[in-house]
Ligand binder design. Sequence first.
Ligand SMILES: [Zn+2]
Ligand SMILES: [Zn+2]
Length: 343
Amino acid sequence: MRAAVLKRTTNLLENKSPLELIDLPVPVPREREVLLKVLVCGVCHTELDEIEGRTPPSKFPIIPGHQIVGRVEQRGSKASKFKAGDRVGVAWIHSSCGKCKYCRTGMENLCDEFKATGRDVDGGYAEYTTVPEEYAYRIPEVFSDAEAAPLLCAGAIGYRSLRLANIQDGDNLGLTGFGASGHLVLKMVMYKYPRTKVYVFSRTEAEQRFAMELGAAWAGSAEEQTPEKLQAIIDTTPAWGPVVEALKNLEHGGRLVVNAIRKEEADKSELLKLDYPRDLWMEKEVKSVANITRRDVEEFLQMAAEIPIKPEVREYGLEEANQALLELKERRIRGAKVLRISR
Ligand SMILES: [Zn+2]
Ligand SMILES: [Zn+2]
């Protein structure tokens, strides 16, 4: 099968073709796994973190990609959840131990043996992939393949970060950064918390305008003071500056949820601007969101189908994976990027 693989971590600005297209044997599903023929695979900012070593793969070469929509091609001897031909999705969580205290209480996202699709186990930048059937999800009919792919990561983790933000209908919510996850969160909020006002912080006027078009109550830069205080803020930026800037806008007892797998080191000195009385006093909280659970993916797909949420997507061929990654890095094109691998 054709697969785009990463052989070592590298700097994308120096090496513009980090992935190599090679030929590999089709994987064989284990007992409780299914073999999927990959239809599409989304391109995610986390791939940049893998390639550049901020969350390095645990094996090389690795096939990246964790927003997979595929058709069940073959089942392992003890797999029975799906039948051949079913259209299913695979997300960031590829598997977990199933036995530890986290796994037993629905917090498998925190499992010490958490395995990430495309980082610890081969992912979807290939014609075929395998996944334990319990970690695959039926894709609602209402979505095209390409529409469903970004929902599996940006959507599901956005859903988790909104759960962790713990707001009530009518509470003000801030979003720092307005990429794929941010715009999906805005749509979820408008559906689930219709009285909540969403405040969007973004560096670019284009993103600010886009946020207002989609229904944000306010959009501005991270340095600005919002006209009202915010009960919670979800941060999806790779930087530190916006996190520090955002804290001054929180209500007493408010919570900032950092939805980023790693922060870039470049502006770490911004943390020194943290002002305790202004930014943290009065029981303000900072919390990260780590990975996702199967429940997050399932509940989110269902909600996204009800709303419905249909992300703006642009398709690339598998051989254009490097170009898609570079465009993501340079933030040149708005909307989610998806590799079309088969039909
Ligand atoms: Zn992702
Ligand atoms: Zn576990």
